[in-house]
Write a protein that binds this ligand. Structure first.
Ligand SMILES: [Mn+2]
Length: 305
């Protein structure tokens, strides 16, 4: 551990020349927002834990043979709305996300609870002014109309986006209520169920690509960490058995970045367990893998232009 005079507190604790906002492809936005969690709590400590764990990532991506950090990763001040009113708090989050998106940054939001996704996806669509699809990795459908008295619950976030005319694709679902199932059926929402992925693993990638092809070119990616099996990631509020594992998830993410223009992403619902850094580190590494897939996709599109 070096004792540098310059404090490095951002994502991956990179050298200052790789974290200058103006020169960075990526901006990291910590949003320790937690108001409506229902079962376990602690997602407000997610951003801090991800940034802490990210200091131990290697910058080299051995799969891609590149150093994705060379494109620059700036870490923004945390956005932590104090407004009691959830709609007002969400519009504050939307405003914080809008400027970096308008400046063309690849915005990575660290949650926090899943509720924040609706604000950031709206900001992404406003910034581009074009149709925006939402790809959701999650254990839960999050399609409830209201939950525990509020329409802004984490359990309602995808319902809000569907109502706001975002085309969606959900991956890895394995828990929903009868009314959510009825809503998904009525709206013909595309879903890649966890049980299908487990039963027909060799077909997962082609089915994913078929469903992805139906979405707009520009994509907002929301990754709920409970997508993963709780044996791999126990640090989340609402654990569900039968979740995804590491390499199959990376394969789908790589395809997503290859085939679509992903403009922003979030990683939500990490509820760190003290003394158990594995979940935090996985979350940090997942984000960095996505930055690698982004860099590779952009390098490829620059080369063929
Ligand atoms: Mn969720």
């Amino acid at each position: 551990m070096s004792h540098n005079a310059e404090p490095r507190n951002g994502f991956m604790r990179l050298k200052p020349e790789r974290t200058r906002y103006d020169a960075s492809r990526t901006a990291i936005l910590p949003v320790p927002f937690e108001r409506t969690t229902s079962y376990g709590q602690g997602t407000s400590r997610g951003p801090e834990a991800i940034i802490e764990a990210s200091a131990y990532l290697e910058t080299w991506d051995e799969e891609l043979g590149i150093d994705p950090s060379l494109a620059g990763i700036a870490t923004l001040p945390a956005c932590d709305p104090r407004d009691e009113d959830l709609a007002a708090a969400l519009s504050e989050i939307e405003s914080a996300a809008l400027a970096p998106l308008q400046e063309g940054k690849f915005l990575v939001t660290l949650g926090g609870e899943h509720t924040l996704t609706s604000a950031i996806a709206r900001a992404a669509r406003r910034a581009t002014g074009r149709p925006m699809g939402v790809v959701q990795f999650d254990a839960h459908a999050d399609l409830r109309n209201r939950y525990m008295g509020t329409p802004y619950s984490h359990a309602c976030v995808m319902r809000r986006l569907v109502e706001d005319d975002f085309p969606t694709l959900a991956i890895g679902l394995r828990s929903l209520s009868p009314r959510e199932a009825e809503f998904a059926e009525r709206k013909s929402l595309p879903i890649l169920w966890a049980h299908e992925m487990a039963r027909h693993p060799s077909q997962t990638e082609s089915r994913f690509l078929d469903q992805l092809a139906e979405l707009p070119e520009e994509i907002y990616l929301t990754f709920d960490i409970d997508y993963f099996d709780p044996a791999l990631v126990p640090a989340t509020g609402t654990v569900e058995p039968g979740g995804g594992s590491w390499y199959p998830a990376l394969n789908l993410l790589r395809l997503l970045f290859q085939h679509k223009k992903v403009v922003a992403m979030d990683l939500v619902e990490l509820a760190p367990i003290p003394g158990h850094p594995a979940s935090d580190f996985l979350a940090a590494k997942l984000i960095y893998k996505c930055l690698g897939y982004l860099a590779q996709a952009e390098r490829f599109s620059a080369a063929v232009r």
